[in-house]
Write a protein that binds this ligand. Structure first.
Ligand SMILES: [Zn+2]
Length: 485
């Protein structure tokens, strides 16, 4: 018996997660994401690989969306409404609720600002139509897709609603992690699953070689920097994405202001963030135990010291702290404010996340935070900007680090033979982790590139079939021409 896996995206890369798995004769698509680094057709997975003629409903038996980040769900409306897939799709309740907000934001930016034609993208209506077809599921609920074909989501931490999915068809099974976090943070718990003993564990590996310093140290560092800046009369800009780190850092600052009695105003840019906080309040059961316990007294997402921001405040004198979107300074309010505040050496910009090459955030971070003159992007008015403010990069990313990945492997797997596959990471780092998994656990480990098919033989008391290629190729014409590493 074999399991066949082909990443269409996230193979030795971060972006457009989309992994095709054939297990027990069922074809499953794990995530259907977009690539944030591209504006052309490379932003979506190459679905022609599955079929050049369409008929995706006949070819794919199930689509699973692990969480609402666009690199995991950003091409779903295109796959269903433009390419016509109409089969079963599952996501957790919060993912289903929050996904359309991010998809609409992504559509708007692509069509209205980046000049992508709507026909190459999807419309607002198509997002709505697509979402209607997604079946929501609860944590640890076993869902029978068909007879002897079941799925079960497990808590993944990472962002609200994120889930790992256990999938079993007949005797074969896999666990797909999506993105996950093995250490709890201020608003979410850590990933957890049963001893599932899957034949194959497909895990993200964003931080394949990193062991992160303690979160407490990072938090203290951030609070020191912020309070020093505002006490000296400076302004602090924290570019964030609307969901995830924004809530985490709002909780951190709100509690600190409460403790220290600081009176300096904290703002967050309205719109997306407000809507996002609403969802965090609504899905309080998905957050960590401490937040659930406090909930009886008050909902911590009703921030005491944080108010909505008005554009007129940009030029206000005196200290303030502002959370503004987007997180990589690539447009919107965060860039607008950056232009105004960056020339003063009194001010501070804290970058709490990863910045993709090509964004202003990446440029700002690239010289280690020293003063510099930056050429502003032409579609943002161009010109030169003298950056004299302090720039601080603090990683608050919610991915498992190398230690976390090894812990999950230990937790999920207890008997041989099982296999591990790495996706959603950088090639050379994955290579290092792969070797470590092989030597420390003695497990076969794979890290296929996009488009490369891996065949994994499983043993369940039946004779081993060395190749089922001809049998499956008739269903996936595109797969026949691909290599078999
Ligand atoms: Zn994610």
């Amino acid at each position: 018996m074999q399991i066949k896996v082909t990443p269409l995206g996230a193979g030795q890369d971060v972006g457009k997660s989309c992994i095709l798995v054939t297990i027990g004769g069922k074809n499953i698509m794990l995530d259907c994401g977009m690539h944030p680094g591209y504006n052309d057709e490379r932003r979506f997975p190459d679905f022609r690989y599955i079929s050049k003629e369409g008929n995706f409903t006949g070819l794919i038996d199930l689509v699973i969306i692990s969480h609402f980040h666009l690199d995991h769900c950003g091409s779903l409306p295109y796959f269903t409404e433009v390419l016509g897939y109409d089969g079963p799709m599952y996501a957790t309740h919060p993912t289903k609720a929050i996904m359309p907000i991010l998809l609409e934001d992504y559509r708007k930016i692509s069509v209205e600002r980046r000049g992508v034609e709507e026909k190459d993208m999807f419309s607002s209506q198509q997002i709505k139509d697509c979402m209607m077809k997604v079946t929501p599921c609860a944590l640890e609920e076993t869902i029978m897709i068909e007879e002897d074909f079941e799925i079960r989501p497990y808590y993944a931490g990472h962002v609200l609603g994120a889930a790992m999915f256990y999938i079993r068809v007949g005797q074969q099974s896999i666990l797909y992690t999506g993105d996950y976090n093995m250490t709890p943070d201020r608003h979410l718990g850590s990933a957890r699953c049963d001893k599932l003993r899957p034949d194959l564990l497909i895990t993200e590996s964003t931080y394949a070689t990193t062991i992160r310093e303690s979160k407490r140290w990072r938090e203290r560092d951030m609070l020191n920097q912020v309070s020093e800046c505002v006490r000296n009369g400076g302004k602090v800009l924290i570019p964030v994405f609307a969901l995830g780190r924004a809530q985490e850092l709002c909780l951190l600052l709100d509690a600190f202001w409460e403790r220290t009695g600081l009176k300096v105003p904290i703002y967050f840019s309205a719109g997306l963030t407000e809507k996002a906080n609403l969802y965090y309040k609504m899905y309080i059961s998905w957050t960590n135990q401490k937040i659930k316990d406090t909930f009886v007294k008050r909902n911590v997402f009703d921030f005491q010291h944080i108010q909505p921001f008005d554009r007129a405040f940009i030029d206000r004198p005196g200290p303030m702290v502002l959370f503004a979107t987007p997180g990589m300074l690539h447009g919107g309010l965060s860039m607008e404010v950056f232009k105004k505040w960056a020339p003063s050496d009194k001010n501070l910009v804290i970058m709490p996340g990863y910045c993709v090459a090509g964004t202003l955030g990446h440029k700002v971070l690239s010289n280690g935070g020293k003063p510099q003159i930056i050429d502003m992007p032409r579609d943002e008015g161009g010109g030169k900007l003298h950056v004299r403010c302090k720039i601080k990069h603090l990683s608050f990313s919610a991915h498992a680090d190398a230690k976390g990945i090894m812990t999950l492997i230990k937790q999920a797997i207890s008997v041989d033979p099982v296999n591990v596959m790495l996706v959603h990471g950088e090639r050379h780092k994955m290579e290092a982790l792969k070797e470590r998994i092989k030597t420390e656990f003695g497990l076969p480990c794979y890290d296929p590139a996009n488009g490369a098919t891996t065949y994994i033989t499983t043993f369940h008391g039946v004779p081993v079939q060395l190749s089922t290629r001809s049998a499956t190729c008739s269903r996936f014409p595109g797969w026949a021409v691909e290599s078999d590493p």
